[in-house]
Ligand binder design. Structure first.
Ligand code: PLP
Length: 373
């Protein structure tokens, strides 16, 4: 039996990656001006059934650009889950707007869409829907609310390439939807992100903001501030190759999820991810587990013990309302979201990368049994 360390994630780059990268090197096209960028944008937008794709340097940048492109500004309120990555709230706070939080659903771990309406005020301008870990947010009631109240929707599909909600691709719902291509994602560009939308003016606005708001006539004279959030041709070359493999990657992930669920079915100390909701099958971006009430240790300790057995893990997200950085800004004072608080303390995820083998999964499952039973 091998005792190598099992990393929490390792990507697979076994398609045309090398060939396309060589093309960049051979032609000298390495900057964002190279042809793979548009090719990746078009192919990716197509895949998620959107008209326009705007590639950027990471998923956090995509969120920042989306908030700015929708004109969200000081005093506006944006409803979002407390249980997510900091990038979501940061994008809102950075323009002076206010994140308004909702708790998670205890089964899907996504934002509880039935908590949204009570949080709507005359200042609410948008909802940021964030698909977490493997199942999509319940988009139908969310979109109905957005429609009824005239709210914009930013859909953060960073973790959800290839997933669908009621048969429609994740990333096809928001006024703007965003993705990440960090190496733990279903497809990677090393670092990278994408905005997608159907509105030509909005896409153009995202392109301006991504590119320092240079002006076409008077390049170095600026009416506004943007960012340099461009994606390079090298990254996009990887992206095009990875996108060709997306369906295979999704199959691998689903197989991985099914196997963990089988292997861990008798570990009653754990809540496993829900494999299916009426609107989607789990895509297992990561395979998360939550320690049941009767387990004496917290996730942090379980992860430490797994680490000594050579198993890499990651904690679940830490909720936005418990972030020291936001406390210092006097945000979310006294707010409580018990589901998210429990997930943060009791949840973590197992090695879930595309390169994970069956034997490694067995070792993970055995190690979990060892520390819990
Ligand atoms: C839900 C979600 N949104 C945004 C991001 C940010 O993406 P990036 O790491 O590419 O900045 C991530 C990253 O993993 C994420 O999981």
């Amino acid at each position: 039996m091998s005792h190598h360390f099992i990393p929490v994630n390792a990507p697979i780059l076994d398609g045309n990656e090398r060939r396309y990268l060589n093309e960049c090197i051979d032609t000298g096209w390495v900057s964002s001006e190279g042809p793979f960028v548009k090719r990746f944008e078009d192919a990716f937008a197509d895949k998620v059934e959107r008209k326009y794709g705007v590639a950027v340097c990471n998923g956090s940048a995509a969120l920042e650009v989306s908030v700015a492109a929708l004109g969200i500004r000081r005093g506006d309120e944006v409803i979002m889950p407390t249980f997510t990555i900091i990038s979501c709230a940061a994008a809102i706070v950075r323009v002076g707007a206010v994140p308004v939080l909702v708790d998670s659903d205890p089964v899907t771990w996504n934002m509880n869409v039935y908590d949204i309406e009570a949080r709507i005020t005359p200042r609410t301008i948008a909802i940021m829907a964030v698909h977490i870990y493997g199942l999509p947010v319940d988009m139908k009631p969310l979109m109905e609310l957005a429609d009824r109240y005239g709210l914009r929707v930013i859909e953060d599909a960073a973790e959800m390439h290839g997933q669908t909600y009621m048969g429609k691709p994740c990333g096809s719902f928001g006024d703007i939807s965003t993705f990440s291509f960090y190496p733990n994602k279903h497809i990677t560009t090393g670092e990278g992100g994408m905005l997608v939308c159907d509105d030509v003016a909005l896409a153009e606005r995202c392109r301006e903001l991504r590119n320092l708001c240079f002006q076409s006539q008077n390049r170095f004279v600026h009416e506004e501030l943007g960012w340099n959030y461009r994606m390079t041709n090298l990254q996009a070359a990887l992206g095009v190759a990875q996108l060709e493999r997306l369906n295979t990657h999704i199959e691998r992930k689903r197989e991985m999820g099914r196997r963990y669920t089988e292997m861990l079915a008798d570990v009653f100390e754990l809540q496993l991810p829900s494999s299916h909701q009426e609107y989607a099958d789990n895509i297992y971006w990561v395979y998360g587990v939550v320690l049941n009430e009767d387990v004496q240790i917290e996730a942090r300790e379980a992860m430490k013990q797994l680490g000594t057995l050579g198993i890499g893990t990651r904690p679940f997200f830490w909720p936005m309302h418990e972030q020291p950085v936001f406390k210092k800004m006097a945000l979310f004072a006294g707010e409580k979201y018990p589901v998210a608080e429990r997930l943060a303390r009791r949840g973590f995820y197992l090695p879930s990368g595309l390169a994970l083998t069956f034997d490694e999964q067995e070792r993970v499952a055995d190690s979990l049994r060892k520390i819990l039973q």
